[in-house]
Design a protein around this ligand. Structure first.
Ligand code: IVH
Length: 709
């Protein structure tokens, strides 16, 4: 299949070109937030590279964009001492305290200049990235370490590598532009954007797990996950804010450091400003607080850092924090308000969720008028009555939560109890609650709420990606009885979609009166787009379809594992509980849900209709062969922690081969201290050279990695 015609360019050159191109677009997308090509075009480039690398495994380099996600989980993390302690910041909570700090800084600075760099205080966790010399004058990500206790952190390199805004390698030209050597350390914050947090939490809920409380905890847990492929699905983002070269900060100061980091290809938070006075600092705080909601990620304050390095040195450190920096923390985002009513929403699975309708209250920059109450048990535990005053919190989750009922004697208690409805608020059918479950459900298969939510879920981003299938379209499709199941989407034609309507009110120019008219909801252009999205969704693949079906507990990750294991919907539908449970992460609860789903004739019929509509329901089964298969390594010199035998054993365990001498067939030379002629030969033949860390990265990517200590 992959026969090279003599006219085809050299695969090595092709791979290098694709890598450069992909790195360029990754930088545009993940660092600058300014993509120039569509996701599909990007995926196509990535697939080209994957195909090329699969055909020529010897061309795979550890810093290739395809090598972000490693294979198997690690068993633990190696402890690593930081090059210099990762300190924390002293906090201030008021303008007065900040003024006091500014005064002290100026006193201590004496005749040295005092300018500040203002940055956002990102609510994530700090990590240190170590770059070491790579091929052709580049810098290569060697290790990524968590903050830990500030002195010692954990080596989470294989997880850090999955963060797309972390460059795996930085080419020589970029280093030059940034004025950086090939070896340096970057420190910054790994955060989980709110959208990614919500998506991950929805998946947890689907799997019957407790949702995580906030994005920071989730990000922290994620970075310490032993399975890099899970980390890769979580979409963490890294913002760089410090640079150490040989353990020292840049003499040019903080503002210049951030510019250099940005020039080197790191994501640096754009909300930053150099300033000279307390007034400017207070203005920055105000702006940050006002713009907080639009960021898409959580911040818990603002950080001010003395800009000039010489001034920083004079100010020095107290215990665990620098005197030259300070955090101004925002106050917690909660508010008190009254519960006016409790309404009940019906979800895709028929789950009934009670929602508190609140007297509108301003919390952390937005007006909150509704908050989730989770389930009947939650209302009972709160002891909530209609009319009660409650404390409402807005955590990382955009959905506000009622956290407690206020019983302080100053706020009158409500006087109406709430009883959970016995009938579905959407279709009037009886609701049921299974033994030991917290949730009431509507079990009417024809409940319109379920169909509505199923359609919205099916089309959602990350599921079948039918973006045009929004609330209004779904509502009209149901009202006009054009769809009775998700499979009917594939029967829609232009005529049907053009028949969807909306009401528009416009002012008549002559009479000055408002006139309500009925117009096409989508118009010809919107119709064409939606039809194309529906058509494209047929090729979304088995795992997306599995997610789309809305089987309980089957979220993105489980769907992917199932698709990989079974390869087709037919094989999955024929699987026994035992076979299902052979899949990683599938226990009795999930297998039961899957069996129950496919036992229902209506669901089997749905699968059949989808198939008939041309929706692809197969997946490529991933071969379970080791990833170093086909690669030959030559070891030379003394490695810092591994003996040569150990290295050999681990390469072979991952399917690779080792050889005694370097030739054109050698894929990598692993060189340690006092490497001799083999290293020269490797250079001569332009064979990629790895140090121990490079080998470890490759091994971690290829097989289960033992903690090195
Ligand atoms: S400077 C020595 N800059 O806040 C100075 N920290 O409370 C320490 N953080 O551990 C770090 N955004 O995790 C700095 N722009 C920023 C930050 C930031 C968030 C976190 C960081 C640090 C904690 C200290």
């Amino acid at each position: 299949m992959s026969k090279e015609s003599p006219h085809k360019p050299d695969p090595a050159q092709q791979a290098a070109k694709l890598r450069d191109e992909i790195r360029h677009h990754e930088h545009l997308y993940y660092v600058l937030d300014a993509p120039e090509i569509s996701d599909a075009e990007f995926d196509a480039l990535m697939n080209d590279l994957k195909r090329l690398e699969a055909a020529h495994p010897e061309l795979v380099t550890p810093d290739s964009p395809t090598q972000r996600v490693g294979g198997k989980p690690a068993e633990g993390f190696r402890k690593v001492r930081h090059s210099r302690p990762m300190l924390s910041l002293d906090n201030t909570y008021s303008a007065e305290e900040l003024a006091g700090w500014d005064r002290r800084v100026r006193e201590l600075a004496g005749d040295l200049p005092v300018a500040y760099m203002a940055e956002l205080k990102l609510d994530g966790l700090s990590v240190a990235l170590h770059y070491t010399p790579g091929a052709e004058g580049s810098a290569r990500l060697a290790t990524g370490i968590t903050r830990g206790d500030g002195q010692t952190g954990e080596d989470v390199t294989s997880n850090i590598r999955t963060i797309r805004s972390v460059p795996l390698s930085i080419p020589a030209e970029r280093l030059k532009k940034a004025g950086l050597p090939q070896g340096f350390e970057v420190r910054g914050e790994a955060i989980l954007p709110l959208a990614a947090f919500q998506a991950a939490n929805e998946e947890r809920e689907e799997q019957g797990l407790e949702p995580a409380v906030n994005p920071r905890n989730f990000a922290a847990g994620t970075l310490r996950t032993l399975e890099p492929s899970i980390v890769a699905t979580r979409k963490l983002v890294f913002f760089a804010y410090f640079l150490l070269v040989e353990g020292e900060y840049l003499a040019a100061g903080q503002a210049a450091t951030l510019d250099a980091l940005s020039a080197a290809g790191f994501r640096v938070n754009p909300h930053r400003r150099r300033m000279h006075s307390l007034d400017e600092m207070l203005r920055f705080i105000e702006e940050a607080e006002a713009g907080r909601e639009e960021l898409g990620y959580e911040i818990d304050g603002v950080v001010f850092k003395v800009d000039a390095h010489a001034t920083q040195l004079r100010l020095g450190y107290t215990g665990r924090a620098p005197r030259w920096a300070i955090a101004y923390k925002f106050t917690a985002k909660s508010g008190l308000t009254q519960v006016k009513e409790i309404t009940v929403q019906v979800g895709r699975t028929g789950k009934l969720t009670p929602v508190a309708e609140l007297e509108p209250v301003f919390i952390g920059g937005t007006t909150v008028s509704r908050a989730t109450l989770h389930n009947a048990g939650f209302i009972e535990r709160l002891g909530l009555r209609l009319g009660d005053w409650v404390k409402v919190e807005r955590g990382g989750d955009v959905i506000p939560k009622v956290v407690e009922v206020i019983e302080d004697g100053e706020h009158p208690r409500g006087n109406r109890g709430f009883s959970f409805p016995l009938d579905c608020p959407e279709c009037g059918s009886r609701v049921v609650r299974a033994e030991g479950e917290a949730d009431w459900r509507c079990v009417n298969a024809g409940c319109p709420a379920k169909l509505r939510e199923s359609l919205l879920h099916f089309g959602a981003r990350g599921v079948m990606n039918i973006e045009g299938l929004g609330d209004a379209v779904v509502e009209q499709l149901m009202e006009k009885r054009l769809v009775k199941s998700v499979a009917d989407l594939y029967r829609l034609d232009g005529k049907a979609l053009l028949s969807l309507e909306k009401q528009v009110t416009r002012k008549n120019k002559t009479t000055g009166l408002g006139e309500t008219k009925t117009e096409s909801l989508l118009g010809p252009k919107g119709t064409a787009t939606l039809l194309k999205q529906i058509e494209d969704s047929k090729r979304a693949g088995l795992s997306r379809v599995l997610m789309g079906l809305g089987i309980r507990f089957v979220g993105e990750r489980t769907a992917e594992l199932l698709a990989q294991e079974f390869g087709s919907i037919d094989a999955l539908m024929a699987a026994t509980a035992e076979e299902l449970e052979r899949v990683e992460e599938v226990g009795p609860r999930i297998s039961e849900a899957i069996l129950e789903f496919f036992a229902q004739p209506a669901n089997r019929a749905l699968v059949e209709s989808l198939k008939r509509a041309g929706v692809e329901m197969t997946a490529e089964k991933k071969p379970r062969t080791a990833q170093l298969a086909g690669l030959t390594f030559v070891l030379t010199g003394t490695l810092p922690t591994m003996t040569r035998d150990e290295a050999k054993q681990r390469i072979e365990a991952a399917g690779g081969k080792t050889a005694g001498s370097v030739s054109k067939k050698t894929s990598y030379v692993v060189a340690g201290e006092e490497a001799g002629s083999k290293l020269d030969k490797a250079r001569e033949l332009k064979i990629p050279i790895l140090d121990e860390n490079g080998l470890l990265a490759l091994l971690e990517g290829a097989s289960g990695d033992k903690p090195a200590e």
